[in-house]
Design a protein around this ligand. Structure first.
Ligand code: ZN
Length: 160
C-alpha cells in the first residue's frame, strides 16, 4: 500500500475489519473508532479484501471463509428484507435494503476476486462484472421502477 491508511495503522484494525464485515455503515464505524469517514470507506473498499487475502496466506483460511460466509449470509438477509419491504410497499426500508445489498455485492465481488486464484470464467463471479453491476444498479437507485426492472433482469439472468 503506497498510501498510509489510518485504519490499517489503527491498533484495533482487526475489530474494525470485523465490524465492517458485519455490514455496519462505515460512518458509524468511523464514529465508533474515532476515525474520519473517508479513510474508513477507502479502507473498506480497497484494503479489507487484501487483509482477507493475507489472512488466507497466513493459513487463516477458516477465518477468511467465515467472513465470506458472513457476507453471504447478510446478503441473503438483505434480499429477503428487500422482498418483504417491496411487498409491503415500504419504500424507505426497501431502499435501505438495496443499499445494503449493493454494498454486500461489492464486497462479495472483491472477496471472490481475492480468494479465488483460479482463472475466472464465470461472469457472475468476476469482480469486474460485479463491480460494474453494482455501479449500474446503484446509478438507478433514484429511479425505483427502472432499478427494479434492471435488478430483476440481472437476477433472472444470474439464476438461469
Ligand atoms: Zn486500510
Amino acid at each position: 500500500m503506497p498510501r498510509r491508511c489510518t485504519v490499517c495503522d489503527h491498533p484495533e484494525r482487526h475489530s474494525i475489519d470485523e465490524t465492517l464485515i458485519t455490514g455496519a455503515p462505515y460512518r458509524s464505524v468511523a464514529k465508533r473508532f474515532g476515525l474520519s469517514e473517508s479513510p474508513v470507506y477507502r479502507h473498506k473498499t480497497e484494503h479489507l479484501p487484501t487483509h482477507l487475502l493475507k489472512a488466507k496466506e497466513a493459513e487463516e483460511v477458516a477465518h477468511a471463509d467465515d467472513l465470506l460466509e458472513q457476507v453471504r449470509h447478510l446478503q441473503t438477509h438483505a434480499l429477503d428484507i428487500l422482498e418483504r419491504a417491496e411487498k409491503a410497499g415500504d419504500l424507505r426500508t426497501a431502499l435501505a435494503a438495496i443499499s445494503q445489498a449493493r454494498g454486500n455485492l461489492e464486497l462479495l465481488g472483491k472477496l471472490a476476486g481475492e480468494l479465488d486464484e483460479r482463472p475466472v470464467v464465470n461472469l457472475n463471479v468476476s469482480p469486474e462484472w460485479l463491480e460494474l453491476r453494482a455501479v449500474i444498479v446503484g446509478a438507478l437507485e433514484p429511479h425505483p421502477a427502472a432499478h427494479r426492472a434492471v435488478l430483476g433482469a440481472l437476477e433472472s439472468r444470474g439464476n438461469g
